[in-house]
Design a protein around this ligand. Structure first.
Ligand SMILES: [Zn+2]
Length: 773
């Protein structure tokens, strides 16, 4: 290692949002993909944004020249960047290079499909899944990271380059499809050799520190437990630390608890260790005398202003552990929070004043880190005023109108098990068969139909006040009518209204429920150039008025076929918002569950015979730590049942889950007790259907036969084959036929063609199996 060691800076963050305050990166990427700007112009725009971000961090108080500035300026995704660094390119991308290769991996091109995307730990950010087989190249293949360090130094900054660490990289990889049983982690030694070279390259360029992110050490939801991954990491980092030419290493463990591994990691020779003290714990009993302990104190996941008094105690406790040095950081990268509360105004004047004080977006979090670091450096009295102010704001928040509403609290307090139970399934099944008159293998869709440009324009015009509410409503009704007509023409059996009126399946409800506030500029990266704007769930939740009954009843009035009501479930509403941090998630979920229960009852009273409550985020919020799974599954399932158990036996409850990794939540899926569950299955060729059946799932099931994530139209034969596979695995009387997910991102051309094929394929299978009704 270099002789010139420098102390780790007292104030740092693990990474800053990279999409830009004005979503500059999104705009540049999309302009480039559309052919409006050249590659050089894209790079220029990305560099300008990076300069702006670095300057901003310095303005907020981070030191420009001591490696305080965590630098992770990905054009698309940090895991993809590691794939490029390692040259771990799946064979189907051969012949491409540079940005063509980069974007082909991310998005596919005319000749090849992209790498798969999946959710990053328990967040709503998606990364690109590496595909590793026995022969996938793994070597130091690309020195972008070093060039970026050198560029920043020319601009006047000594940054700290950030890389996904080797254990996490391989733990997140899947087997190359050509060798499906291959275990990527068996390639760890080659990966470590490649990282050694990358570190040598940074060292040669003069980087004093590098940051290696190892969030896998906090997760029990990967192919190994976190304890096993911690043991592996101890070996890996011993080797990396022993390499001759390297920067000093900060090893981070964000998103959860890695305290089990800290003792062993502290002995490896890495210079600094980060722990997430919000979702994990401070290590106990480890000898830390040789390392800097970087305390992940300021919350990088959610958006609430910190309780500085409490964090001060956390830091004092950390200081008592005997580490060589204790410093302050965020719990994780700030990529999951918006840039700056200063970019917001809220319509309600009181809320506007309050929320500004209660919230901390990325920039406010940097200031919090800087404040706490001043306490570390100068003594705690130095920040007494800031601590007192934070405490005052928290007290004001706790007492503010709407935060605690007795009428909501007494309703949740009065709940009993009976509120979460329906009649036995067999009784319901008989009553529903009687009421619904559906053919065998009923066909349906997941809810949304294409969100056309015209729909979005109408919504934008309405928001700007250029289209009256009445005209907007009329416009949406027209759309509903045309979606109903189309479904009748196609011959689908259970119809939907199409969700034209919904900007987003969570935001729509957040806007209509009390307790939420929508941001104007609170964008966070979901994947690549895609951003979402989660709502802020700040108060007790209730439903001032029906939310969907008008649209659904209108749709039902146009047809004799049953129209499914369509709601978003409590877990998904929480997962895709910024929930409050002063109430357990289970209680928030019950408040939402009760609001939905009222909606479900109103839909039923309006004559709607089937109601779907979507829970696509059920898997996403599963805690990383296996010890917390049971509690999570209990409250998440409980809130769904609360929302759906008020109905009569002949009202059919559907749910939709869009992923196909069921292993850890199969009991939860059974526990939802929905009459019909639609799931993602096309990409795995229906594999999950027999898996679910073997695990004892025996209610109605709609495995998605059309993968809606690609514009491709599946042929009738292919669909019939998939339906046949499913029909071999479960009783046909409980099998439904539907796409994988909603159609809002698809166009009408492929939607019509695919649904037409789906109906023909179903008819073919019915005929083959003598099921004609
Ligand atoms: Zn879905």
């Amino acid at each position: 290692m270099s002789a010139a060691t420098t102390q780790f800076p007292t104030a740092t963050i693990l990474a800053y949002p990279r999409i830009g305050r004005g979503r500059e990166l999104k705009r540049a990427l999309e302009a480039h993909w559309a052919g409006r700007i050249t590659e050089a112009e894209l790079i220029q725009a990305a560099n300008d944004l990076r300069k702006e971000n670095l300057a901003r961090l310095v303005e907020l108080g981070l030191n420009p020249s001591d490696a305080s500035l965590a630098d992770a300026p990905s054009l698309y995704d940090q895991v993809l960047d590691a794939t490029i660094l390692l040259g771990a390119i799946p064979p189907r991308f051969a012949g491409r290079e540079g940005l063509d290769l980069y974007f082909a991996l991310a998005r596919g091109d005319d000749n090849v499909g992209p790498e798969e995307m999946t959710k990053w730990f328990d967040t709503n950010y998606h990364y690109l899944v590496p595909e590793i087989g026995p022969d996938t190249p793994l070597r130091f293949a690309d020195d972008t990271i070093t060039r970026r360090f050198t560029d920043a130094r020319e601009w006047g900054y000594v940054t700290r380059p950030v890389l996904v660490g080797p254990v996490t990289y391989l733990a997140l990889a899947k087997a190359d499809p050509a060798t499906p049983d291959f275990d990527p982690l068996t390639r760890i030694d080659e990966a470590v050799a490649a990282y050694e070279e990358a570190l040598a390259s940074l060292h040669a360029a003069g980087a004093p520190w590098v940051q290696l992110d190892e969030p896998a050490l906090t997760s029990d939801n990967l192919s190994r437990t976190r304890v096993e991954l911690g043991e592996l990491a101890a070996r890996v980092y011993e080797r990396l630390a022993a390499s001759q030419n390297r920067p000093q290493i900060l090893l981070t463990t964000p998103y959860g608890d890695a305290s089990h591994a800290v003792g062993a990691l502290a002995k490896t020779g890495v210079e600094a260790l980060h722990v997430d003290t919000l979702r994990g714990a401070l290590p106990k009993g480890a000898d830390l005398s040789g390392v800097t302990l970087v305390v992940g104190a300021v919350d990088g996941r959610y958006i609430w202003r910190a309780d500085l008094a409490q964090l001060r105690e956390t830091l004092k406790a950390a200081q008592a552990l005997g580490a060589a040095h204790v410093t302050v950081a965020t719990s994780n990268s700030l990529q999951h929070v918006p840039h700056d509360t200063a970019l917001e105004t809220w319509d309600d004047a009181t809320l506007n004043e309050n929320l500004h004080a209660w919230l901390a977006f990325a920039d406010q979090k940097v200031l919090e880190v800087v404040t706490l670091a001043r306490g570390v450096d100068e003594g705690w009295e130095a920040i007494d005023a800031e601590v007192a102010e934070a405490t005052r704001v928290l007290e004001q928040r706790a007492a503010a109108p709407g935060v605690v509403r007795p009428e909501v609290r007494s309703r949740t307090a009065a709940l009993t098990d009976a509120d979460r139970a329906r009649e036995p399934y067999l009784e319901r099944e008989a009553a529903q068969t009687e009421r619904l008159h559906l053919p065998p293998l009923p066909t349906t869709t997941i809810g949304s139909f294409p969100q056309t440009t015209e729909i979005r324009k109408a919504r934008a015009a309405n928001a700007r006040g250029e289209l009256s509410d009445a005209d907007y409503e009329a416009r949406m009704r027209e759309e509903i009518a045309s979606v109903i007509t189309l479904q009748e023409e196609l011959g689908l059996d259970m119809l939907v209204h199409g969700e034209a009126e919904r900007n987003d399946m969570v935001q729509y409800f957040a806007e209509l429920l009390d307790g939420f506030a929508a941001t104007r500029n609170g964008w966070v990266q979901s994947y690549g150039s895609r951003c979402t704007r989660p709502s802020v769930l700040w108060g007790d939740v209730s439903r001032p008025a029906p939310m969907t009954v008008g649209w659904t009843s209108y749709a039902q009035s146009l047809t004799d076929k049953p129209v499914k009501g369509m709601l978003t479930g409590p877990v998904t509403i929480i997962a895709w918002s910024f929930p409050r941090n002063d109430l357990p998630l289970g209680e928030i979920a019950d408040q939402i569950g009760l609001a939905l229960r009222d909606e479900v009852s109103d839909l039923e009273a309006a004559g709607i015979a089937a109601i779907q409550v979507d829970e696509p985020a059920l898997r996403e919020l599963l805690p990383l730590d296996a010890d917390r799974h049971a509690d999570y599954l209990n409250w998440s399932v409980g809130s769904f049942r609360l929302a759906t158990s008020s109905v009569r036996p002949d009202t059919q409850i559907h749910t939709h889950l869009c992923y196909s990794e069921f292993g850890q939540i199969i009991d939860a899926i059974k526990g939802l007790d929905a009459d019909v569950t639609s799931i993602e299955a096309a990409r795995s060729k229906m594999e999950v259907v027999p898996e679910l059946a073997e695990a004892g799932f025996d209610h109605g099931i709609g495995p998605g036969v059309w993968d809606i994530h690609a514009p491709r139209v599946p042929g009738t034969e292919e669909l019939a084959e998939l339906i046949g596979l499913a029909a071999d695995a479960v009783p046909v009387s409980r099998l439904w036929v539907n796409p994988d997910c909603g159609l809002k991102t698809r166009g009408y051309v492929e939607t019509k063609a695919s649904l037409d094929n789906l109906v023909s394929a179903t008819r073919q299978v019915r005929a083959q199996r003598g099921l004609e009704s």
